[in-house]
Design a binder for this molecule. Sequence first.
Ligand code: AMP
Ligand code: MG
Length: 319
Amino acid sequence: MRTVKASTASLKKAAALIRAGGIVAFPTETVYGLGADGLNPQACARIFEIKGRPRFDPLILHECTAARAKKLFSKIPAGAEKLMKKFWPGPLTLVLPKSRSVPEIVTSGLPTVAVRVPANAHALALIKAAGRPIAAPSANRFGRLSPTTAAHVKKQLGDGPDLILDGGATHIGVESTIITFTRGKPVLLRPGGLPLEEIEKIAGPACKPEKTGKKRPLAPGCLKKHYSPEARLVIIEPGVAIKPAAKAAYLAFSRKPAGTWAGVQVLSRGGDLREAAANLFSALHKLENSRARVIYAERVPAKGLGRAIMDRLRRASAV
Ligand code: AMP
Ligand code: MG
């Protein structure tokens, strides 16, 4: 398996690999994706194998234009139409009734499909050249830290993908926001790179996901434990003082902590949530590479992109 810089020639090669049923890791604006032909069930099955991902966890299809993305849905509520127009390409995934062209393996047998148009020139060029939707979850082992560089992909997946396209560090750094619609109203399935506040301005107030009453949760892949570094992650509760230790690392929001730690990362010196989100996974990868057995993480304000950061930290800290 090779890592190659994204270029006209390597993108062409990558698209041919996708068309032939191969697996290509590629950059998007959120995190690196592990891509396969989204209309080829065998190719999609390899994604699950390489990631060690359970089959009940559906994939997101990536398209290069809203017009092509819409063909993957069988019904589009007016609110969803407005969101596509405003935020695509961008870090917004819509879950809507699927069209017949979408294979069962992509949706884990659900009647709905998750689709987005990524805002990354390499990703768009790859999808366009492949000429079909690309199914791509994050390019990491199931449940582990998401990759925001090609090196992160290599670290976790090694020789799994047929090719890794290196397009530099991702800009947004956390996964897409996932929205579905119930009775015409938006429902947040996963906070992510597009703040909920911006979505609500366009589509109205979001409702809480309804209890399905079935065993299956509404967003089956959003598990309590996820995004976990190898070291234990502990969120620092308000009023609790944490002492520096040789085997402890510290993830700060905006201010460096005092004392000597196995590793320290500051997400944003200016206290900017956008910058903090962009740095989140790379900071956790660095702390994971330190000798720390435990990573203490500060809370960030739970608004805007802070909601996605806290969601990832909470899941990373779950036991
Ligand atoms: P990722 O692993 O970041 O690509 O995230 C994909 C996530 O999207 C899954 O883990 C699910 O939580 C969610 N998802 C995908 N398809 C559906 C669907 N049809 N219905 C509900 N959630 C979905
Ligand atoms: Mg993931």
